[in-house]
Design a protein around this ligand. Structure first.
Ligand code: MG
Length: 369
């Protein structure tokens, strides 16, 4: 049973190219399956989330992170009586526009583009992937996803103004996206904040003492776990506390979103779209603790000297490859040659953004050495 304000597949604004109905899958289920079968989705396996493979191969990569976001999103959406298939599709596609090497790669690519008077934005790139670069159908380029999925790709994490981004005008930029899309940025945070505590501890870049001091939320649960399992191994106690942090964030997101929906007297999807601000979110109290945990991870993990070496390597590889293809456009693959004539920097950027960590490193070794 869907909430009256949930997105309904039968009320989709549809696809760019009309298609026949499928015998037993609705439009959002088909979109989810299209995302899973895309090449860009498979490449997530070899893209850095936070830790490169140099450190260990059991840390999250962008694919396993994506699967965790999908899992958390499904649970929360189901409890809110939202459209689980749409939420799952948006979760599975949410990081598809990320270049190799995580955020370091993203900043490096953006810096290269800014020198050309352009910029790189991973949401815009995700849209280009599903609309243009994926080629699986004889009738059209792209995956021909429904409006709501394309809208969610663009609007799940931030607002874009129609003045600055006229090419996005069709996506109702002055309105809020459906709750299914609003959830994604928050479930993404729940997934990575907790996963990075786990991987961060495992990597020994952060210690249990660091976390207990840096996050009041974690500390509260760790004290509780210590009372319950005084004899347990420290790592297991940390895991128990992380699990409780995840549960607390998910439970709070569900309850706080429900109460905002109630307070705003939301009855239809149009009400969600017309609300003055986004309705999905944490309660005020947990929001403070979430922000504290995030700040802690930035200071102690993401900006740690231990990860700096990989980040510097990433920046150098991207900058050198960007410069290489700008000077040698003839070395771009045949399938990019037409695009390169229209805009070389954009084409080089698109080519690099699609790469896995592996592939760009191989190209770098082969072409620059
Ligand atoms: Mg993510």
């Amino acid at each position: 049973m869907l909430a009256p304000y949930a997105a309904r597949a039968e009320q989709t604004r549809g696809r760019r190219h009309p298609e026949h109905r499928h015998a037993y899958r609705d439009d959002y289920q088909r979109d989810r399956d299209r995302v899973i079968h895309s090449r860009a989705f498979r490449r997530l396996e070899n893209k850095t989330q936070v830790f490169t493979r140099r450190l260990s191969d059991h840390f999250r990569n962008r694919l396993t992170h994506t699967i965790e976001v999908a899992q958390i999103s499904r649970t929360i959406a189901a409890e809110l009586d939202l459209n689980v298939d749409l939420v799952e599709t948006l979760a599975l596609v949410h990081d598809i526009g990320h270049p190799p090497f995580g955020h370091a790669g993203e900043h490096a690519l953006d810096a290269c583009m800014r020198e050309q008077g352009l910029f790189f934005d991973h949401n815009l790139h995700a849209l280009r992937i599903v609309e243009y670069f994926e080629q699986r159908y004889a009738d059209f380029r792209g995956l021909n996803l429904t409006f709501e999925v394309r809208e969610g790709i663009i609007k799940h994490s931030r607002d874009y103004s129609a003045r600055e981004y006229p090419q996005l005008a069709e996506y109702l930029l002055d309105k809020r996206p459906p709750l299914e899309a609003q959830l994604i940025d928050l479930t993404d945070e729940i997934a990575y904040l907790t996963a990075d505590l786990d991987d961060g501890l495992e990597s020994e870049i952060i210690t249990l003492a660091d976390i207990r001091k840096g996050s009041g939320l974690f500390e509260r649960f760790y004290v509780e776990v210590e009372k319950l399992y005084p004899q347990a191994a420290e790592k297991l106690k940390a895991n128990e506390a992380i699990k409780r942090v995840l549960n607390a964030l998910a439970g709070d997101l569900i309850e706080a979103t429900k109460s905002r929906v109630r307070a705003a007297k939301i009855e239809t999807l149009e009400d969600v779209r017309n609300a003055p601000r986004r309705l999905a979110g944490f309660s005020e109290g947990l929001e403070i603790e979430r922000a504290e945990l995030k700040k802690f991870l930035y200071q102690k993990l993401y900006y740690s000297p231990e990860l700096a070496r990989d980040k510097d390597d990433s920046k150098r590889v991207i900058a050198e490859m960007f410069a290489f293809w700008m000077q040698h456009p003839e070395k771009l693959p045949e399938s990019y040659q037409d695009d390169a004539k229209a805009s070389l920097p954009q084409t080089v950027c698109d080519y690099i953004a699609g790469m896995t960590d592996n592939f760009i490193n191989e190209q770098h070794r082969a072409l620059i050495g």
